[in-house]
Write a protein that binds this ligand. Structure first.
Ligand code: C5J
Length: 234
């Protein structure tokens, strides 16, 4: 089965268990006032538009018992995994590690570092705590995907041109077949989101594919129904 996508149809794996939904950094730091995104001068409201669509996709993937990976961009309280160059970057009112209205900015375990309530991970789902923009850098993500036999990734989350794109490029270099879900990713800069989608699928899909959530949801449920005709999950 394939998903109608750009630059051409995306081939699903023969066994849907080889597919994972990756949700990048849907944490309060980036989506709510008082967090890192806000401190850098961004309109965080923009990112909230994708939440219902992403929740619908997440619910579908959960109903099919497929793998879900959440990531959180964060650092240890002593900042030992935050390079000084990263901390000093930007003209924000608050830097990484500073105390803000939702606790210390981008520090693991602080209230602002939590995933937004609508998308909270289930205890069965993997959460990757990542110190970089890419989810493979300095994390166990590659080992976890290998252990689960994952070959295909649906990539979502925020922000499109920063952590989402970096992760997709890292995954692409490691041989994963990646599809960015167009209306399940968002940027503070609409033009950057658009440019990222175009960069991903340019040159015959040099980084992978893009498709809207409804196309993904429809094909996943159809494929699962064919594979398991008597299942009640779909
Ligand atoms: C940023 C991210 N934008 N998750 N992080 O700093 O994209």
């Amino acid at each position: 089965m394939t998903i109608p996508a750009l630059p051409y149809d995306y081939e699903l794996p023969a066994d849907l268990n080889q597919l994972a939904l990756v949700i990048i950094d849907m944490q309060r730091d980036f989506l709510e006032p008082g967090g890192f995104g806000d401190a850098l001068g961004n309109d965080v409201q923009r990112l909230q538009a994708i939440v219902p669509t992403l929740k619908h996709l997440l619910d579908t993937v959960r109903s099919l018992n497929l793998t879900v990976i959440h990531t959180i961009e964060c650092h240890t309280p002593d900042l030992s995994n935050c390079p000084p160059a990263k901390r000093s970057r930007g003209n924000g009112t608050l830097k990484i590690g500073d105390a803000g209205p939702m606790g210390r900015i981008l520090i693991q375990g602080e209230p602002g570092n939590g995933i937004i309530p609508e998308l909270l991970p289930l205890s069965s789902e993997t959460v990757i705590y990542k110190p970089g923009k890419g989810a493979f850098y300095n994390t166990d993500l590659e080992r976890i995907l290998q252990e689960k036999g994952i070959t295909h990734l649906l990539i979502t989350g925020v922000t499109t041109e920063v952590c989402v794109q970096t992760t997709m490029r890292e995954a692409n270099d490691r041989g994963y077949e990646c599809l960015m879900v167009e209306d399940c990713t968002e940027s503070y800069f609409p033009a950057f989101k658009q440019a990222t989608l175009e960069m991903v699928r340019a040159q015959g899909g040099i980084v992978g594919w893009t498709a809207p959530a409804q196309a993904v949801i429809t094909r996943l449920t159809t494929t699962a129904a064919i594979a398991h005709p008597f299942s009640t999950a779909v």
